[in-house]
Design a protein around this ligand. Structure first.
Ligand code: ATP
Ligand code: MG
Length: 736
């Protein structure tokens, strides 16, 4: 079947026509084939021109000056006018043994046979011809009248925007499973539909995709994700079962419910997020990364789903993404970055953050990943049906830009001292100790860039070297607002409740804060916030103390003064310290407490404040459906409501505290750490480490929670007990 009428006026570029003519004059048949012809007939801009010829590779090489052998399949690359063209000898394929490419190719003599081995009718067209013997003498005509060769109805399918396998679809996909993925990629990039018989064959053969190399899948996935409407391709991947072959974890997102857009499941959310992901740089080069991260950002959710929550899904997801991208042989740089973005995509900014907190965030993410992380989060927001810049993203972006403009120190190489300086000054030798000191210095400089002078750092390093096992300086020079970080800190930062020193506090707030600072504490957790607000205001900054958390009555209270006090003192997390034990005896009671706290959290959340709950023993001693009431409670809390687990009272209430902390997961942002005999009499409490609780095991079970030292009472001197508790915990953090 040929169609001379269409072929005559095709806009084949002059360079391509001249390549054809060169082959024709040497007596070879030559045609334009493949995607360029398809694109041309579809009214799209072709991006590369492939030729097929009866000439053997050696003959093609001989016909052109700038020609090189491309591969073992008879392809020769020819350069002309700055462009490269691929010229391939007619082929007929044999022996598809392992669902991949043919084991053996045979050179053919006819364009029809060559087209018959091609994948889809739209790709199985040719335009060109072969020299004819025009007179009886056997002389070769020098002109050829080119024609369109269309044995499979490709032009009709192109006109209809239809993707149809050449021949029997199922057999063709079994021959080469790459065609399965190509069909879906073409549907996505061209925006065409897959013809029903071809589509059902895709579903039947989808498992064969497992035989393909990771690179080939990744290449198609890449092109699919980069299209204007990637949702088309993603839906097809899922609906045909190809997705389940490539990534069972992603496929498992179907049917997982979450409270985002009504009626939509987790997979719907992923598809929306990918579609909403935009290039993070103006030239579009990051689109692949951001789209890939969008595709994988919630890959950890199916595995972590529990009662409407997905604890640690970003950490689990990062590992799953890493494994998948490794299987797909994605370049290491891409894989590392995508995994990083998946791991960090749940970041939570609070407008109350001090500048050091913004710098710490920048240092953790890395300045060159920031734009991508924001692009991902904006897409995630859009995919969740909320405004792109929800969660104060716009404000956060502005603050990050300001920090970047100020030139913050973002890696250790910018420190005013290096390892050899310290070895010379302090006499420490190379090894983990030196690394520990450099890390601690770096943390201090992120906190306060003004300390980045050689003299300051050497002095700081001396105090650090003198305090083995301590990740962060206890009493380095820190004054002014830069020293106040208002978000919770890493494991080596301790806080202390003011409740243990309530008697001293009532007499003299300033002197009490001074004593705590002298013990080395840099963070405190006030109680009765509204009452102490004015007296704390000056004392905190004077003694270089920050209050990331505070205890304050929230339920049934007027929140106005509470919120004002928190904002003024830079407190990010407000904690309800107590509720009536009666309420914890029934499920209805627990539900009611949760509802009230969720409500307060929503109000405080609008001011950028987080709300949490602090337990005693009765929330553990009471059980609901065989679980501690506190756990039932945790399941009823909104996503952003956190817990401060009082580990002593949880223990006294009968909990296996490390197991409890594991189960509660990342909702636990702070721990109250104290020790004693585990009984209900507070006066028998002692410094952490000198009682009978398995404190090391307990704190290790919540590595990211802020440790707050708190004794309700003790027989000896309270300040001594706090000092000893601090020493024990800092030692412990070095040991773990
Ligand atoms: P594009 O370059 O826009 O992706 P294309 O159709 O040109 O589309 P190529 O991968 O460049 O795709 O392949 C060129 C031609 O080779 C195709 O048009 C098709 O005829 C044929 N082809 C490519 N891959 C296969 C395959 N796996 N099985 C059969 N034929 C194939
Ligand atoms: Mg091509």
């Amino acid at each position: 079947m040929t169609n001379d009428a269409i072929g005559a006026d095709l806009a084949i570029p002059a360079a391509v026509r001249s390549l054809l003519a060169d082959l024709w004059t040497r007596g070879h048949a030559a045609y334009v084939v493949g995607g360029a012809l398809r694109d041309l007939l579809a009214g799209r801009e072709p991006h590369e021109w492939d030729l097929a010829t009866s000439a053997l590779p050696e003959q093609t090489l001989a016909a052109f000056e700038h020609a090189v052998y491309e591969n073992a399949f008879g392809t020769v690359a020819v350069r002309r006018g700055g462009d490269e063209y691929e010229i391939t000898t007619f082929r007929s394929d044999h022996d598809y043994a392992d669902f991949r490419r043919p084991h053996r190719v045979e050179f053919g003599t006819s364009i029809e046979a060559d087209l018959a081995r091609r994948d889809f009718t739209m790709n199985a067209l040719a335009w060109g011809g072969e020299p004819a013997w025009t007179d009886g003498s056997g002389a070769l005509a020098t002109t050829v009248t080119p024609r369109l060769v269309d044995p499979f109805g490709g032009s009709a399918d192109i006109a209809a925007g239809r993707i149809r396998a050449v021949g029997e679809p199922r057999r063709r996909f079994e021959e080469d499973a790459l065609r399965i993925v190509r069909a879906i990629r073409f549907a996505a990039t061209l925006g065409w539909t897959i013809e029903p018989a071809t589509l059902s064959a895709l579903g039947e053969t989808a498992p064969l995709v497992a035989h393909l190399s990771g690179e080939r899948i990744a290449m198609e996935l890449d092109r699919l994700l980069a299209t204007e409407r990637p949702s088309v391709g993603l839906r097809l991947l899922a609906d045909t079962g190809v997705l389940a072959t490539i990534s069972p974890d992603l496929a498992a997102q179907r049917g997982v419910t979450q409270n985002k857009i009504p009626g939509e499941d987790l997979w719907d959310h992923t598809v929306r997020t990918v579609a909403a992901a935009e290039a993070a740089s103006a030239d579009g080069t990051d689109l692949t990364i951001v789209r890939l991260a969008a595709l994988l950002h919630d890959i950890g959710k199916p595995a972590t789903a529990a009662d409407g929550h997905f604890y640690h899904h970003e950490a689990v997801g990062a590992d799953l993404a890493d494994a998948l991208l490794d299987r797909l042989h994605v370049p290491t740089a891409t894989r590392t970055r995508v995994v990083h973005l998946v791991r960090q995509h749940m970041f939570r900014y609070e407008p109350t953050w001090g500048d050091p907190a913004v710098r710490r965030f920048l240092a953790k993410i890395g300045p060159d990943a920031i734009d991508q992380l924001f692009a991902l989060r904006e897409a995630d927001n859009a995919g969740s049906g909320v405004p792109r810049d929800a969660d104060d993203l716009a404000e956060f972006r502005t603050r990050i830009a300001a920090e970047l403009a100020a030139g913050p120190i973002l890696d250790r190489s910018a420190l005013a001292v290096d390892g050899s300086d310290l070895m010379a000054e302090l006499g420490v030798s190379e090894g983990p100790e030196l690394g520990r000191i450099l890390n601690a210095l770096f943390d201090r400089i992120v906190e306060n860039p003004r300390l980045n002078t050689r003299a300051e750092l050497v002095a700081l390093a001396r105090t650090l070297a003198a305090r083995p096992g301590q990740g962060s300086p206890a009493s380095g020079a820190r004054t002014g607002p830069d020293a106040i970080a208002s978000e919770t800190a890493g494991p080596d930062e301790l806080s202390v409740q003011l409740w243990p020193v309530r008697v001293a506090l009532e007499q003299d707030v300033d002197a009490t804060l001074a004593r705590l600072a002298a013990l080395g504490f840099r963070r405190v957790e006030p109680f009765a916030l509204v009452v102490y607000r004015d007296r704390l205001r000056d004392g905190l900054s004077r003694h270089g103390l920050a209050a990331p958390t505070a205890h304050v009555g929230l339920l049934g209270e007027d929140l106005g003064p509470v919120i004002d006090a928190a904002l003024e003192l830079g407190i990010g997390t407000l904690i309800q310290p107590w509720t009536d034990p009666v309420r914890w005896q029934t499920e209805a009671g627990v539900r009611e407490v949760a509802r009230e706290l969720n409500e307060v959290a929503a109000t405080a959340g609008r001011q950028g404040l987080r709300v949490g709950y602090h337990n005693h023993h009765f929330e553990l001693a009471s059980t609901i459906d065989g679980r501690h009431a506190l756990e039932a409670f945790a399941d009823l809390l909104d996503q952003d409501v956190c817990l401060e687990v009082d580990t002593y009272w949880a223990y006294a209430g009968g909990a296996d505290v490390p197991a409890l902390l594991h189960r509660l997961g990342e909702r636990v942002v702070a721990l109250h750490v104290k020790d004693g005999d585990g009984g209900l009499d507070p006066s028998r409490q002692v410094a952490v480490g000198s009682g009978s609780l398995p404190v090391r095991e307990i704190v290790a079970a919540a590595p990211h929670a802020l440790r707050v030292v708190e004794l309700d009472d003790t027989a000896g001197d309270m300040f001594d007990a706090l000092r000893d508790s601090r020493a024990f915990l800092l030692d412990g953090s070095a040991a773990s």
